[in-house]
Design a protein around this ligand. Structure first.
Ligand code: GDP
Ligand code: MG
Length: 151
């Protein structure tokens, strides 16, 4: 089953949005298989955002992501990487459609509330930066969605 790493960033945690954001992904039909509130180390932050290390905003980004607690989650479900990115909306909230998380809750790129992996490969890399394999639940509880014929 496809997995992704979703994370409420420090701005979202400070704004008490964790519950609402978890609810959106549960409502969609995805399964939460691990979650924790923690403060990222600088090493974890630099590894997490390694692809941006030569960008002018890298320093600011690492400062921000380590500025307070984050709520890191592992989720699984069909096409979850693409679907969760669509639910998050565009990186810059100016471009994020209303109805998306960033469209509904964020004002600028530096404070855009949520992170989500951009590919299954990134997800694997990101999950292993923050979770040990034994921290992941089996995800074996049955998800029942409205209209589902399966029991
Ligand atoms: P994402 O995958 O949609 O989160 O976007 P990226 O991988 O391109 O960038 C990672 C994160 O870096 C974004 O979510 C922003 O928080 C931050 N970021 C991207 N571009 C900028 C920028 O130009 N300025 C600042 N301050 N932050 C940025
Ligand atoms: Mg990204």
């Amino acid at each position: 089953m496809e997995k992704t790493y979703l994370m409420v960033k420090p701005d979202g945690v400070r704004r008490q949005l964790v519950g609402k954001l978890v609810q959106r992904f549960e409502d969609k039909g995805f399964q939460l298989i691990a979650a924790k509130m923690f403060r990222m180390t600088r090493e974890q932050a630099e590894y997490h955002y390694e692809e941006h290390k030569d960008k002018p905003f890298f320093g600011e980004l690492v400062e921000f992501i380590t500025s307070g607690s984050v709520f890191g989650m592992v989720w699984q479900g069909e096409n979850i990487v693409a679907l969760s990115r669509a639910m998050m909306g565009k990186t810059n909230p100016l471009d994020a459609a209303p109805g998306t998380i960033r469209g509904d809750y964020a004002l600028n790129t530096g404070n855009n509330i949520i992170h989500g992996s951009d590919s299954p490969q990134s997800a694997e890399r990101e999950i292993s930066n923050f979770f040990r394999p034994e921290e992941l639940a089996a995800g074996d509880y049955p998800v029942r969605m409205p209209g589902s014929l399966a029991n």
